[in-house]
Design a binder for this molecule. Structure first.
Ligand code: ISL
Ligand code: CA
Length: 576
């Protein structure tokens, strides 16, 4: 028996503020834009918004570098507007989930400015300051060999005090020292500030990096010959991680706030359950990274590895059969602001497949158990950056750093970079950050037609935009509305029901299949994750009905179903 909670049933729509809608013609999305589109989001069937960071920030990492947790980044708007947003959402029975970025701050945060001011600063210990190492030649080196997640050393040298500080992401994102109690209390105060304003929950950024091994030992050598190595063994899910989450949970519980933690590096079921099992009083759920890593190479994100339905099947079966059964809960998502669009990576954005593939992904996301997270643009089948864009059109620091490091290793020869560009076109974070496509006026209605948007608009907006799709009953948007209604109508089955994996090979390697059940109600979901037609033998077909498919015509005869490329179908055992 699974306990019912609002956040389990939620359909959360993630907004990336800079790219959503610009209402004052500065080329940057804003809170005014969000306020004006609440009805679009509501009509889709979403019940909550997750807002990527809107706090005051120098924007070195698009707001994931916070300079003040209590004020709003000016171009986005005012605190008054955020209060209005909370009000307008609650009026519509919707919730607001904010991004909580407290593994690190911006180097412009008052805490860090104070901390770096002197070795004697009362806040010196709020960050990780360490003396340099000196190598055999007497040359100054960082305190250990950890590699930054965005490339280079994870340590930044400060000339004035002749020490290094730890910065797992950018040098302008110094890591907070959670082992210091005053740090934790200050963060909790800032959390309460937002909860008092009526915020309903938080997505906790880089959640499991907040406790590091206290000795900060050297990382094991995983890439021989490289100076800096992945140190996650020592900085991910560290020794006091669970203690801190349980402490923080007491703050959330005062307000019945929901939490979803971003979980990197830690992948096994047992460890994940330690974060999400109810009895542990830590988090409501986490985002496991494996669903967005399915086409990452062993050597890293931008190294090629092809997507295969086998990967999605085994990831799905693993989480769907373990978390809720053990007092935990799943998050369900495929897209966010940190990767390429799932449509372009796991489906297909070729014109002949695009609409069906987008709907196939919708069927998958809506028919597995858990809290559903959609990313802006997913509801209209937005796709990745077109192939003809040059490297200059990419803005994000993660992708740029990677490109530049490979370019340097190849002696600066830009003509040898095609493979890297191909990978960026699939997985660069920019792909998720292209402006939202509202209509077919120039700049897709994202900003004024004479304005230069902060990020180029995808050339396909003429065809692929909200307005067109609202007026088309066959559109991806109409399909999302329809399937979210069905998910809500059969909530006990789709959200809370049991999940029965159907082994690989039962219906062919390209088919992902599973059953869902609530009491006597059952569905079987068949998903063709390929561009090939597949024939499926389904013997009890005669007594089953089609609850939903992404194709108008389906061919089911004598227990045989012929699935078109990217066709998905939900069969049910009841009369509709
Ligand atoms: O390296 C990873 C795990 O394999 C990454 O997925 C890592 O967890 C991720 O990059 C963290 O992302 C979050 O924090 C970053 C920010 O740039 C991202 O936008 C945010 O989602 C730093 O705050
Ligand atoms: Ca604006």
């Amino acid at each position: 028996h699974i306990e019912r909670r609002w956040w389990k049933e939620a359909v959360v729509y993630q907004i990336y503020p800079a790219s959503f809608l610009d209402t004052n013609n500065d080329g940057i999305g804003d809170i005014g834009g969000i306020l004006s589109k609440l009805d679009h989001i509501k009509s889709l069937g979403a019940t909550a918004i997750w807002l990527s960071p809107i706090y005051a920030s120098p924007q070195k990492d698009m707001g994931y570098d916070v300079a003040d947790y209590r004020s709003i980044h000016e171009p986005y708007g005012t605190l008054e507007q955020v209060k209005q947003l909370i009000q307008e959402l609650h009026k519509r029975s919707m919730k607001l989930i904010m991004d909580l970025v407290v593994n690190h701050t911006s180097d412009q945060h008052a805490w860090f400015i104070d901390s770096r001011s002197s070795r004697k600063s009362l806040r010196r210990d709020w960050y990780f300051w360490r003396d340099p190492n000196y190598d055999a030649d007497g040359i100054r080196q960082p305190p250990n060999n950890w590699r930054s997640i965005f490339g280079g050393s994870a340590w930044t040298y400060d000339q004035d005090t002749n020490q290094y500080y730890l910065s797992l992401f950018l040098p302008s994102q110094p890591d907070l020292n959670w082992d210091n109690e005053a740090v934790r209390q200050s963060v909790y105060d800032d959390i309460e500030y937002w909860l008092d304003l009526g915020v309903d929950g938080f997505r906790i950024d880089s959640m499991n990096l907040m406790s590091k091994h206290q000795d900060l030992p050297d990382a094991p050598i995983i890439f021989p010959g490289e100076k800096y190595q992945p140190g996650d063994k020592w900085f991910a899910s560290g020794p006091r991680m669970h203690e801190y989450l349980q402490e923080m949970r007491k703050v959330f519980d005062k307000y019945d706030a929901m939490t979803v933690g971003e979980l990197g590096f830690t992948k096994d079921v047992k460890s994940v359950l330690e974060y999400v099992a109810d009895s542990r009083h830590e988090l409501n759920m986490v985002f496991t990274g494996d669903i967005v890593d399915m086409d990452f190479g062993k050597e890293g994100k931008y190294v090629r590895d092809d997507f295969h339905p086998d990967k999605l099947r085994s990831i799905t079966n693993q989480w769907q059969t373990t978390l809720a059964q053990n007092g935990g809960w799943n998050s369900v998502y495929m897209d966010n602001h940190d990767s390429g669009r799932s449509l372009s990576r796991y489906g297909s954005d070729l014109p002949k497949y695009r609409s069906h593939a987008a709907k196939l992904l919708a069927i998958y996301l809506c028919s597995v158990s858990g809290t559903l997270f959609l990313f802006q643009g997913q509801e209209i089948g937005m796709a990745n950056i077109p192939k003809n864009w040059t490297i200059e059109e990419y803005i994000d620091v993660e992708g740029r750093n990677y490109y530049n490091s490979v370019l340097e290793a190849r002696g600066g020869d830009a003509s040898r970079m095609q493979d890297v560009l191909d990978q960026l076109r699939l997985k660069a974070r920019d792909n998720g950050r292209l402006p939202m496509q509202w209509n077919s006026s120039s700049n897709a209605g994202f900003t004024g037609s004479e304005i230069r948007p902060w990020m180029r608009v995808n050339d396909d907006y003429n065809l692929w935009n909200v307005e067109n799709q609202e007026n088309d009953s066959q559109s991806v948007l109409s399909f999302w509305k329809k399937i979210l209604k069905i998910r809500k109508e059969y909530m006990d089955l789709f959200v809370y029901g049991t999940f029965e994996p159907i082994p690989a090979g039962t219906y062919g390697q390209n088919i992902i299949a599973y059953g869902r059940q609530d009491g006597s109600q059952k569905v079987v979901v068949l998903l063709n994750f390929s561009d090939k037609e597949c024939q499926v033998q389904f013997d009890i077909m005669d007594t089953w009905r089609v609850l939903l498919s992404n194709f108008e015509n389906y061919d089911c005869n004598n227990g045989k179903i012929v699935l078109h490329p990217y066709q998905g179908i939900i069969l049910c055992n009841w009369d509709k």
